[in-house]
Write a protein that binds this ligand. Structure first.
Ligand code: FAD
Length: 328
């Protein structure tokens, strides 16, 4: 029996949804192969997450408590995870795919002479490693990738799996791993975290994303986009065109050179569907496109397409949603 270890990322006192998605999938894979599902959580207060991890069917939980984990810094995360990996000798270490994980995973894979398969949209365990599907070439194609190694690191795109609690859960074996860290020895220090203004809902974690493109021409259009997003408690995204004009913050850009998102519902509003944008949203579960050009490429990717002027379509849509919400 081997250990399947999932890294649990936390933010503002909560476990990231993307980590619970990965944990859910690891639980299914561990069950199929008769492996043990383990999780590791690094936080200033990791004990507050163990009951949730138990509900997701985790049998073994490693907690590492240190105030240094309040903000992400590669070095302490690498050192802390290395301690748990040494201890548990997992066959697979799975992460939610984020910017922070890219550096961490590479460094750990090198240290443990392990295979690393980043940014996959699905994976399953094989008898000697794992097999994964990776969107490549700006998500134009999927590459089937096999890793054959005693230890494999894998990171999974958010939205690739649903996060569901286990049907039956028990009490996990919890190990608090002691971890001292001297920040004085750091070569890079974190001076300040600058959050984008108005960045209310994290794009990577949002279940609904409302994204604006060049068709959104002015403050009136921007307000409609914001109103639609707030009705769903969703996040606001943007194409590069409207980021370049300064209408939307660079942190909202979705695509090849922006963020990759895969929410349950994605609105593409006045977005043509250039491949560089599509690369960042094509894995969304339901895509609704609003565009006045019926030949816009975005319609090839959308579940529902509304052909027309966004300034005429959005106000009644918002009104109807408000009414539906009020009557719910
Ligand atoms: C190397 C590279 C990297 C790139 N990375 C990214 C990236 O990460 N993300 C990204 O988004 N782009 C990226 N781009 C740019 C990309 O190629 C496109 O130029 C960009 O996505 C187009 O943005 P858009 O769809 O908002 O604008 P446009 O292509 O101009 O489309 C605007 C759309 O709005 C519609 N429209 C206009 N008015 C209305 C209205 N009133 N009602 C309804 N519809 C309306 C039009 O019919 C049109 O389809 C990159 C390009 C390169 C070369």
């Amino acid at each position: 029996m081997s250990i399947i270890l999932t890294h649990i990322a936390t933010i503002d006192g909560k476990i990231k949804r993307s980590s619970l998605e990965v944990l859910t999938h690891c639980r299914e894979e561990a069950k199929k192969k008769g492996h043990t599902l383990a999780a590791v959580v690094l936080d200033a207060d990791p004990g507050s997450f163990t009951s949730t991890l138990e509900k997701y069917g985790t049998s073994v939980i490693y907690t590492i408590k240190n105030p240094v984990f309040k903000n992400h810094l590669n070095t302490p995360v690498i050192e802390a995870l290395a301690l748990v990996i040494e201890k548990s000798k997992p066959a697979v270490v799975a992460f939610a795919s984020t910017e922070a994980v890219k550096d961490v995973m590479g460094a750990l894979a090198t240290r443990f002479n392990a295979a690393a398969v980043p940014d996959v949209s699905s994976f399953h365990l094989t008898n000697n490693g794992l097999e994964a599907m990776r969107p490549v070439m700006a998500s134009k194609i999927l590459a089937k990738t096999s890793a054959v190694a005693d230890m494999v690191f894998v990171s999974v795109r958010s939205g690739s799996y649903d996060a569901t609690e286990a049907e039956t859960s028990g009490t996990a074996e919890i190990t608090a791993v002691p971890f001292e860290f001297d920040e004085g020895g750091l070569k890079n220090i974190l001076k300040e975290v600058i959050k984008a203004s108005g960045d209310k809902v994290d794009l990577n974690e949002a279940r609904v994303v409302v994204a604006a493109g060049r068709g959104v021409k002015d403050d009136e259009g921007k307000k409609l986009v914001e109103e639609l997003a707030s009705l769903f408690n969703g996040a606001i995204g943007a194409s590069r065109s409207v980021v370049e004009t300064g209408m939307f913050d660079p942190s909202t850009q979705i695509g090849q050179t922006g963020k990759v998102v895969s929410p349950e519902l994605y609105f593409a509003i006045g977005i043509s569907g250039a491949i560089q944008h599509v690369a960042g949203m094509v894995n969304s579960k339901v895509i609704v496109a609003i565009n006045k050009d019926e030949d816009a490429p975005i319609f090839q990717y959308s579940t529902y397409g509304l052909v027309g002027d966004l300034y005429k379509i959005l106000p009644p849509l918002i009104d109807q949603l408000k009414t539906a919400k009020a009557n719910a």
